[in-house]
Design a protein around this ligand. Structure first.
Ligand code: HPA
Length: 271
């Protein structure tokens, strides 16, 4: 495993000459941040040695190297999901490659369902903690001692320093934000009403099918993490008689995505 990670990192380092300080993983429909990057190199996932082989149709994954906020970054436009059939070790492989490329801080984004009754569609949630509801853990199996310890500590997974800065940036730019707990579950089904209720009772504010595995692997390797969920739909029962149109969701998601881009960019500028 570590040999494969090293091989992929060497390939990318040689092709790009990059030593990115930040890694960015963009969630479904949130690839627009890429337009803010001054792109220097672009790779289809299929061109990258050892990257998971796409098993699904229309997988438009790209790894992008460029400058954002004046810093060298590497960004994944599209991620690998557990529901596509990849084991979590493959889902998280790119994060380990990022680590070997020199990335110290990982930025993650996702589209999520809102569980917190105070949330609205289009809200941007700064992730302050997560619940791993996947039936697995990406660190299961032989530990890669070169990357991190067997029993990684998980008390402050999301960087308090970056959360604080993100809140300041949001206030300065009049961006409405929420803070909350993200629960990651396997999918691909969306939740039943009973499951949404259960997740809310468990203490989660937003639910999705990603992020948790990548962040676990990043923390294992000592990377600082920061995450944002864009709330694309609400789980609250009262919403049943007031359906949101796809268009409305798209519009609010676009505003939230612009705001997310601003927050990520300013945080990276300050790294
Ligand atoms: N549930 C799970 N994943 C999601 C949702 C949801 O309601 N919305 C966007 N991703």
């Amino acid at each position: 495993m570590i040999e494969k990670i090293k091989e992929t990192a060497s390939f990318l380092a040689e092709k790009t000459g990059f030593n990115p300080v930040a890694g960015i993983i963009l969630g479904s429909g949130l690839g627009g941040l890429v337009n803010a990057i001054d792109i220097k190199h672009k790779f289809e996932y299929s061109e990258i040695p050892n990257f998971p082989v796409s098993t699904v149709e229309g997988h438009d994954g790209r790894l992008i190297f460029g400058f954002l906020g004046g810093k060298q970054v590497v960004a994944m436009q599209g991620r690998f999901h557990y529901y596509e059939g990849y084991p979590l070790q493959q889902v998280t492989f790119p994060v380990r490659v990022m680590k070997l490329l020199g990335v110290q801080t990982l930025f993650v984004s996702n589209a999520a369902g809102g569980l917190n009754l105070a949330f609205e569609v289009g809200d941007l949630m700064i992730i302050r903690d997560h619940i791993n509801f996947f039936p697995d853990n990406p660190l299961r199996g032989k530990n890669i001692d070169e990357l991190g310890t067997r029993f990684p500590e998980m008390s402050q997974v999301y960087s308090p320093r970056l959360m604080q800065k993100a809140k300041q940036i949001s206030i300065q730019n009049k961006i409405r934000f929420q803070t909350g707990v993200y629960i990651g579950s396997p999918g691909p089904t969306l939740e039943t009403p009973a499951e949404y209720n259960m997740f809310r009772l468990l203490g989660a504010d937003a639910t999705g099918m990603s992020t948790v595995p990548e962040v676990i692997v990043a923390r294992h390797a000592g990377m600082e993490c920061f995450g944002i969920s864009i709330i694309t739909n609400l789980a609250k029962p009262a919403d049943a008689d007031k359906p949101t149109t796809h268009e409305e969701v798209q519009n609010v998601a676009q505003v939230a995505e612009r705001n997310m881009t601003l927050i990520f960019t300013e945080l990276i500028r300050g790294l």
